[in-house]
Design a protein around this ligand. Structure first.
Ligand code: AMP
Length: 292
């Protein structure tokens, strides 16, 4: 079983002997682990000798009225799952071990990238992610850290954080792990009723439909706008409340030149969606693979 450390100083002492000769990987999570998280650990093991998984439901990334209190906390089960994939250490601090005061006096502002997509409905979310990930990087001082591509905007913000704050950490992006019906795995999927769970894969199906349409290469930006309206209508009619459905560049820049009649260069594009289904806010995205 992995060794669980709730205290920063104990984790640091445990990791110290490895630092000169061995590579340390960090996999940050909020726990309630599923196969998507375990895949991140498997990838971590390919890049490092020692794998640390952090399990921390971080209050600074939850807004007022969000699910901080009800977020599932399942440390014992998580530890058992992490044992099956060879995790060495679990860092599972209490809130007061991470934050002397809340909100913390020091803040991380990740800037323009945070005020779009998820940042529109969760204005302080990514600043909260920024501070907790900075703290985890400083506590664990890993050589490499693994983040899921499912949270694509978060991944982009972490890469920016590493660049801007000169962390000497390689960031590895892990592909999205899905259920057999295509729904991206998420701890929040358990908020879905059985009927909602049946409907949920429609989100991924619409992303695939849009990606396929764009991959044929024939669409201008105006054509894309029409496709998005068409998909949004189907998603809404299935019972979702759409937060956003957007196509961006891989750097999360807006597509410019809206009036251009020339077909889009789709290799550099990603489709991103967030939508509520009942109590669950589901997040997904799809790269456009022109070779498919
Ligand atoms: P969370 O516990 O939801 O904060 O997620 C912790 C990490 O696991 C993040 O880097 C997520 O992007 C990643 N992750 C969550 N769900 C998946 C999934 N279905 N596939 C791949 N990575 C995931």
């Amino acid at each position: 079983m992995p060794i669980i450390h709730p205290y920063i100083s104990d984790l640091r002492t445990a990791l110290q002997p490895y630092r000169s000769q061995q590579r340390i990987a960090l996999v940050p999570t909020m726990g309630n682990l599923h196969d998507g998280h375990l895949e991140l650990v498997k990838i971590a093991k390919q890049h490092a000798d020692i794998v640390v998984v952090s399990i921390f439901v971080n209050p600074t990334q939850f807004g007022v009225g969000e699910d901080f209190d009800s977020y599932p906390r399942t440390l014992d089960d998580d530890a058992k799952k992490l044992a099956t994939v060879g995790t060495d250490y679990i860092f599972a601090p209490h809130v007061d071990e991470m934050y002397a005061v809340l909100p913390p006096s020091t803040s991380i502002r990740a800037g323009a990238i945070t005020v779009q997509l998820c940042g529109q409905s969760r204005p302080d979310h990514f600043d909260g992610v920024g501070i907790v990930v900075s703290k985890l990087f400083n506590i664990v001082q890993p050589d490499v850290a693994i983040f899921g591509q499912k949270d694509y905007q978060q991944l982009a913000i972490i890469k920016q954080l590493v660049r801007d704050l000169s962390y000497s950490i390689d960031i590895i992006a892990a592909p999205i792990v899905r259920a057999v019906d295509g729904l991206a795995l998420s701890s929040r999927n358990q908020y879905l009723s059985p009927a909602e769970r049946q409907v949920a894969p429609i989100l991924h199906q619409e992303l695939q439909y849009l990606a396929q349409q764009l991959a044929d290469g024939a669409h201008t930006q105006q054509g894309l706008a029409a496709l998005i309206v068409e998909s949004s209508t189907r998603i809404s009619n299935a019972g979702f409340n759409i937060d956003y459905l957007e196509v961006k560049t891989l750097q999360l820049e807006a597509l410019n030149n809206k009036t251009s009649k020339s077909p889009l260069d789709v290799q550099d594009l990603i489709i991103l969606v967030a939508a509520w289904l009942g109590r669950a806010r589901l997040l997904d995205n799809q790269l456009i693979n022109v070779n498919q």
